[in-house]
Design a protein around this ligand. Structure first.
Ligand code: PEP
Ligand code: MN
Length: 338
């Protein structure tokens, strides 16, 4: 449910309601708009229904939110969420361009990728230190050593760093060394992990599960926002279908549908969707045309030697060409890079 305050409601009146909710074991999430303040309420349905909230001073009306997700819905907040990290923004007309290798493999490899990403105009650097590999015998990532290398690349380039968290036990290390936490497709419904990252003040890239519906993705985001962290970036990265020509099928329609249903920004990962480097450019352009707030693209100094996802990785020269075309598209659409 959602409490819409009167235009002349005072901060004390908002505070009183938050206290009342807290005493009843429910939680209020405040969204301050230009005109009115709205309080989203989460907690036990019966407890909330029993509270006489309409009687409180400053309250205009109390409305139900009909969707299964509340705080991430357009009903709760109708203005796009803009996420700013390290001086760059994503959402609300700011396009993010996140690039870097699938995995951090060595200091030399990552620094070369980071400098190439920066030179081509990327706004953030990606690189996995903890890797979710289908085979237990495949390269699993460098772990904390990989995080240290990412932090060094951030120092060298000024690019904020995005890296995946797979296990809540690594949360402190990931928070210490990186700027944005990625929750991978395979963990989209790892609810304990979602709640854990909901408690930190860091932007989260939440990737759509391999066979998850759009509403399931939004409910996964709700788990994070419910804990207090509303800096969630949704990521469409392709879903499993009967088609075998690509690794996954990029669901372009997810972009405008998510935008209709949620205020959260949505980015596209064309690399994991396609599984092939030569499809990255057309899928990236299509994603921007459909309204994506950003792209996450795998780029490796030498894709042929990559320890993971080489076939879908661009080399620096290819990435530079693609980034230039994307920048032309971004300008043509009247949006800005970062
Ligand atoms: C990745 O970004 O390297 C990754 C493993 O992605 P996904 O979780 O989408 O498969
Ligand atoms: Mn990858």
């Amino acid at each position: 449910m959602m409490i819409v305050m009167r235009e002349d409601a005072t901060p004390e009146e908002v505070e009183r309601i938050l206290e009342r909710l807290d005493n009843a074991g429910a939680k209020g999430h405040v969204s301050t708009g230009d005109v009115v303040t709205v309080i989203g309420v989460s907690g036990e349905r019966d407890v909330i229904a029993g509270l006489p909230l309409e009687a409180y001073p400053g309250v205009d009306k109390v409305l139900p939110i009909l969707r299964p997700y509340k705080l991430v819905s357009r009903e709760f907040r109708n203005t796009p969420t803009i996420i700013t990290v390290g001086g760059t923004s994503l959402g609300g007309g700011h396009i993010g361009l996140i690039a870097g290798p699938c995995s951090v493999e060595s200091r030399e490899q990552l620094l070369e990728a980071a400098h190439a990403a920066k030179a081509a105009g990327a706004t953030m650097l990606r690189g996995g230190a903890f890797k979710p590999r289908t085979s237990p015998y495949a390269f699993q990532g460098l772990g904390v050593e990989g995080l240290e290398i990412l932090a060094e690349a951030r120092e060298a380039t000024g690019l904020p760093v995005v890296t995946e968290l797979m296990d809540p036990r690594h949360l402190d290390d990931v928070v210490k060394y990186s700027d944005v936490i990625q929750i991978g497709a395979r963990n989209m419904q790892n609810f304990q992990l979602l709640s854990a990252v909901g408690e930190v003040d860091r932007p989260i890239v939440l990737k759509r599960g391999l066979a998850a519906t759009i509403d399931e993705l939004l409910m996964a985001a709700e788990y994070i926002v419910k804990e207090g962290n509303d800096k969630v970036i949704l990521c469409e990265r392709g879903i499993r279908t009967f088609e075998t020509a690509t690794r996954n099928t990029l669901d372009i329609s997810a972009i405008p549908i998510i935008k209709q249903r949620s205020h959260l920004p949505v980015i596209v990962d064309p690399s994991h969707a396609a599984g092939k480097a030569d499809l990255v450019e057309p899928l990236s352009l299509a994603a921007l045309a459909a309204g994506a707030d950003g792209l996450m693209i795998e780029m490796h100094p030498t894709p042929e030697t990559a320890l993971s996802d080489g076939a879908q990785s661009l080399d620096p020269a290819q990435f530079t060409r693609v980034a230039a075309r994307l920048q032309a598209m971004i300008a043509w659409m009247g949006t800005t890079l970062g």
